[in-house]
Design a protein around this ligand. Structure first.
Ligand code: 13P
Ligand code: SF4
Length: 317
């Protein structure tokens, strides 16, 4: 396991033998984050995967992230330590449902969150992540209708930020983030006056965060809606001594490394993504040893989705 002496050295040595770069999302288990060459949010990891010189990418994250890396680099070998690591948000819309939605809105620009399958990306004009969703939608002329999918909370955040009426939002959600609710945030904010609030836009409590800021219950400058990468930057910059974190609990590890002097507290300690946690120390060791699980994307689907993903990594650089 990850606590066995020698595990990290063995993983790194086997990765080097394969000419593999190890990427880990901010929600991965601490030992996986610590052994990786790069840790980051969805957007940062997509960019690194696209630019890496390594011939193999080992993606410690969930399946759509590894698929996105494969779409960007079809000639590289992309491995995910456990191919069963899915995503409830990506599962909330199928390509067939998207085709039907598009037929109801001819001419609309389709913006898909990166948390989607390759088949959905193939039906998409521009992908985005939580880091650049506002910039991506803002890059679309205001007279064009927008279909935004699949996350309703992120969609509502973008719509509110840009005050854009002609933006339709799919009613999908991530079960982990939807479960971080307004009551939990309000109670924690009351119990920890003076704390900053870092809230991921996929959270069910994102609207409550803005309400707390709007009513002055928490000073507006202390309430931040951020991607996981944005939380790291904000942690380094804030003067606060305590931060309440509304996102998946794996995030706390990088936050504590980035700003050890700050006390970080999860708004909901049970907000753990079962898919992210399928990437165990044993699974990673097996992956670099045996070359499992290889990620394949149908070349025709990949070709159709590539432009949308490339626009995503270019916007908000
Ligand atoms: P970001 O890393 O882009 O903030 O995404 C969060 C997430 O839920 C990925 O599954
Ligand atoms: Fe998907 Fe939610 Fe898990 Fe992220 S936290 S991988 S959005 S289920």
């Amino acid at each position: 396991t990850g606590t066995d002496p020698g595990w990290a050295d063995e993983v790194r040595a086997l990765a080097r033998e394969r000419d593999a770069v190890l990427l880990a999302h901010n929600y991965q288990l601490p030992e996986i984050q610590d052994v990786a060459d790069h840790v980051g949010d969805s957007l940062a990891l997509s960019r690194i995967a696209a630019e890496s010189q390594a011939s193999t990418i080992v993606f410690c994250g969930v399946h759509f992230m590894a698929e996105t890396a494969k779409i960007l680099s079809p000639d590289k070998t992309v491995l995910i330590p456990d191919a069963r690591a899915g995503c409830s948000l990506a599962d909330s819309i199928t390509a067939e449902q998207l085709r039907e939605w598009k037929a109801e809105h001819p001419g609309a620009v389709v913006v898909s969150y990166v948390n989607t399958t390759a088949a959905v990306k193939a039906e998409t004009d521009i992908c985005c992540t939580s880091s650049n969703a506002v910039e991506v939608v803002d890059s679309i002329p205001r007279d064009r209708e927008v279909l935004f999918l699949p996350d309703q909370f992120l969609g509502a955040h973008v719509r509110r930020t840009l005050e854009r009426e002609n933006m339709h939002v799919w009613a999908g959600e991530c079960h982990v983030h939807a479960g971080i609710n307004g009551k939990q945030l309000t109670d924690q904010a009351a119990a920890h006056p003076g704390a900053d609030l870092f809230v991921h836009p996929e959270c069910g409590c994102a609207t409550s965060a803005l309400y707390l800021a709007g009513t002055g219950a928490v000073p507006a400058e202390q309430v931040r809606i951020l991607s996981t990468g944005g939380m790291i930057d904000a942690a380094r910059a804030t003067g606060a001594t305590e931060v309440l974190v509304a996102t998946e609990v794996g995030m706390l590890h990088q936050l504590r490394l980035a700003a050890p002097e700050i006390e970080f507290r999860a708004v909901n300690e049970r907000a753990s993504c079962p898919y992210m946690k399928m990437i165990t120390a044993d699974a990673l060791l097996r992956s670099v040893r045996e070359g499992t699980d290889e990620v394949h994307v149908d070349p025709e689907l990949a070709a159709r989705g590539r432009a949308a993903v490339q626009r995503m990594i270019e916007i908000g650089q």
